[in-house]
Design a protein around this ligand. Structure first.
Ligand code: SF4
Ligand code: SF4
Length: 223
């Protein structure tokens, strides 16, 4: 209960009856990065293009077999291969996977990072000592140290919004509905429908982190 209270949820909110996840439809993402900008605005992520709670990668698979991965917010067009050298390219939005078995929680020496009853991994700013153990332990590069707060920071699925029945900011602004947010405990949830209608892939499944961010149409080259 202590940790749930720290997450500042509304009085009426019952975390035990929810379990959240996100679906990402790769074939719908157009790489516009509106999700990245909305997330920064909503969550006080520094504007410099090195800090992200969510980011979008462009994968370029070349005809010679080389794979180039660019963060669309950092993209330097000078290094783009010419169209005739490209076999295929696509965008992959990434964020904290809200792992069911999160290595970041296991390594935190002060219990500042924890999993809520509704399956979201959060950070208690007041406890975090900025030691970076969790940043190193996350196999998805989903955490950074906030330069002003000097504490670890990462996606929370916009916990302050979802516990009020709102969508995460990235989901709300996506113009193509590439991102789907939902509650896997609800049969009527868009996420439950997404899981039923698609073959689902997770990132780095062999690590046994049990991600709750699920992809459809994920190319085998994505890592
Ligand atoms: S993706 Fe990284 S930061 Fe997020 S829960 Fe998993 S290990 Fe922790
Ligand atoms: S807002 Fe939607 S379409 Fe645009 S980059 Fe993000 S996920 Fe892709």
């Amino acid at each position: 209960m202590f940790k749930q209270a720290k997450a500042k949820t509304p009085e009426s909110y019952n975390a035990k009856v929810h379990y959240y996840g996100m679906g990402i439809q790769i074939d719908k993402c157009i790489g516009c990065a509106r999700c990245v900008e909305a997330c920064k605005e909503e969550n006080g992520v520094p504007k410099e293009p090195f800090f992200f709670r969510t980011w979008v990668e462009r994968y370029i698979i070349k005809k010679d077999g080389e794979t180039i991965v660019q963060n669309v917010s950092l993209k330097n067009g000078d290094q783009d291969p010419t169209e005739k050298d490209i076999l295929r390219s696509f965008f992959v939005p990434k964020l904290c996977n809200q792992c069911d078995n999160p290595p970041c929680v296991q390594v935190c020496p002060v219990g500042a990072t924890f999993k809520t009853d509704d399956g979201v991994v959060l950070i208690d700013d007041k406890r975090c000592i900025g030691c970076r153990y969790c940043v190193q332990a996350c196999p998805y590069g989903a955490r950074y140290i906030h330069p002003e707060k000097q504490t670890a920071d990462k996606c929370t699925f916009c916990y302050h919004r979802i516990t009020k029945g709102l969508l995460p900011a990235c989901v709300e602004v996506c113009p193509t509905q590439a991102r789907i947010f939902g509650d896997v405990k609800s049969t009527a949830s868009p996420l439950t429908r997404f899981k039923r209608m698609n073959k689902i892939f997770m990132l780095k499944p062999s690590l046994n982190t049990e991600p709750k961010v699920m992809y459809s149409n994920l190319d085998g080259e994505v890592r």
